[in-house]
Design a protein around this ligand. Structure first.
Ligand SMILES: Nc1nc2c(ncn2[C@@H]2O[C@H](COP(=O)(O)OP(=O)(O)OP(=O)(O)O)[C@@H](O)[C@H]2O)c(=O)[nH]1
Ligand SMILES: [Mg+2]
Length: 454
């Protein structure tokens, strides 16, 4: 991985122009570098915003810009090192010049995620929190941001740390029993050990209880819109997006290809897929579209099946109802503004359905709600802590399984060595979540996901 001893520099604000742009410098030479390029560089007061100007090559006499500089001495900074933040005007040209000036003063360009990596290495945050920084920055819905911020605040860290600490304590007592056998079970009474292990397993299990909802919020889901030609699929797609993205006409077979867009539905980032109307057709282009629509069904988490209530249900509708019966689906009974020729009750036990006129309803709230309910599947987002990252979930599952084995072993009054091995397994998994024991390649994968300057 990158060398942690250099002083690094990067633009911390997004590329492009803006009111301000921030250059972040971190490392042992941060203050010296600031001293070299800021007129007030040597007089920066800790944690005080100082209005000054910045100079750069080739003319060290001439100021590049007026800036506000703030010095955060180690360890009370984002990275835990000496940090100087220089806020200039948000011009890419100017910010590049400032970065170059800092590089000439002894720093090197930061790699993606390197500031946060240092924060992690210096113990300013654990791995869960570092990953939450990336999630928070990437959040596209308020709910995603909330879950990420809770993790950044340390809710998951605390829950996992508490289980790990209890495991440490229990393991120490078991080890003492092994080392001092003449004391018998003085340090660890078998029944008490079994009960304690069981309770720790339950705590790990409780953490996992909200994980499905957490993942749904973090990752979103793909939802495919299916139906016969002309039933209003593209209209539904546009309504859910709030924008006329897909072509809508009264010609059956308008949509030929898959159209994919991301929409926020009840706080969830959903990838909506509009498809070609499914029917038997001799047209080569259209039949490819139909094949793709069927393919989309295979990978989607949920289906919106659109039916037209103003026309009789025919074999093709029934075939689609049958084909999607096993999928998580909401049936959208459309064109309610027209005289009905069948009744939604005819569908009997076909699952959740919403009757709607997509022509008249600009925002089909009923469809949104039914879809969200289907995806949450009765497991609303609980209060914190919520696991949302698959890496964490898999590891906590491993810990819970090891604890279950340990509890069974304790119930069977198995030797301490056996029990200890399972407890160690559980601890290793939990400590991999928080980064106490995480392989370098895993760290690399996590931090290279970040953008430069974070
Ligand atoms: N009266 C009425 N017409 C609607 C409604 N929803 C959609 N339409 C009309 O139905 C026609 C077909 O709508 P689309 O959204 O293009 O249907 P589609 O399912 O995407 O059709 P294909 O792409 O051809 O498979 C258009 O003329 C829409 O304006 C509705 O609720 N009521
Ligand atoms: Mg269409």
């Amino acid at each position: 991985m990158y060398s942690p001893d250099d002083t690094i520099v990067a633009v911390a604000t997004p590329p492009g122009r803006g009111g301000i742009g921030v250059v972040r410098v971190s490392g042992p030479a941060a203050a010296a570098a600031a001293g070299a390029i800021l007129r007030a560089g040597h007089d920066l007061q800790p944690r005080r915003a100082t209005l000054t100007s910045v100079v750069g090559a080739p003319d060290l006499e001439r100021a590049l810009d007026q800036v506000v500089a703030t010095y955060f001495p180690a360890p009370a900074s984002y990275t835990g090192e000496d940090v100087v933040e220089i806020s200039g005007h948000g011009s890419p040209v100017l910010l590049r010049q400032i970065v170059e000036a800092v590089v000439r003063a002894g720093a090197r360009l930061a790699e993606p995620g390197e500031f946060t990596l240092r924060a992690f290495l210096n113990g300013r945050m654990d791995l869960v929190q570092a990953e939450a920084v990336a999630d928070l920055i990437e959040a596209v819905t308020p709910l995603q941001a909330r879950v990420a911020f809770d993790q950044l605040e340390g809710t998951v860290t605390a829950a996992i740390g508490a289980i790990d600490a209890a495991l440490f304590d229990l393991s120490a007592r078991l080890e003492a029993s092994i080392d001092f056998p003449e004391e018998g079970y003085h340090f660890a009474e078998p029944a008490a050990v079994a009960a304690e292990t069981r309770s720790l397993q339950q705590r790990a299990q409780a953490l996992l209880a909200g994980a499905r909802a957490g993942r749904l919020v973090r990752e979103g889901r793909q939802v495919v819109i299916l139906g016969k030609p002309n039933v209003g699929k593209s209209t539904l797609f546009n309504r859910l997006l709030g924008a006329p993205r897909a072509i809508v006409t009264d010609v059956p077979g308008t949509t030929r290809d898959l159209l994919t867009e991301t929409a926020e539905v009840e706080g969830l980032p959903l990838t909506l897929v509009d498809t070609a109307g499914i029917r038997r057709t001799a047209d080569a282009v259209e039949s490819e579209g139909v094949a793709r629509a069927r393919g989309a069904l295979q990978v989607a988490a949920a289906v919106l099946l659109v039916l037209d209530r103003s026309r009789p249900l025919d074999d093709e509708d029934l075939a689609l109802l049958h084909e999607t019966a096993a999928a998580d689906r909401v049936i959208v009974v459309n064109k309610a503004d027209r005289p009905p020729v069948w009744d939604a009750a005819d569908l009997q036990d076909a699952g959740p359905r919403v009757t709607v006129s997509l022509r008249d309803e600009a925002d089909p709230a009923g469809v949104r709600r039914a879809l969200a309910e289907l995806l949450w599947a009765g497991e609303p987002l609980r209060d914190t802590p919520t696991l949302s990252n698959l890496r964490h979930i898999v590891l906590v599952e491993r810990a819970a399984a090891a604890l279950a084995r340990a509890a069974d072993a304790a119930d069977a009054a198995a030797p301490e060595e056996l029990l200890l091995a399972d407890l160690q397994d559980a601890r290793a998994a939990l400590e991999e979540v928080t980064g106490k024991r995480t392989a370098d390649d895993v760290l690399q994968r996590i931090f290279t996901r970040f953008c430069i300057g974070k």
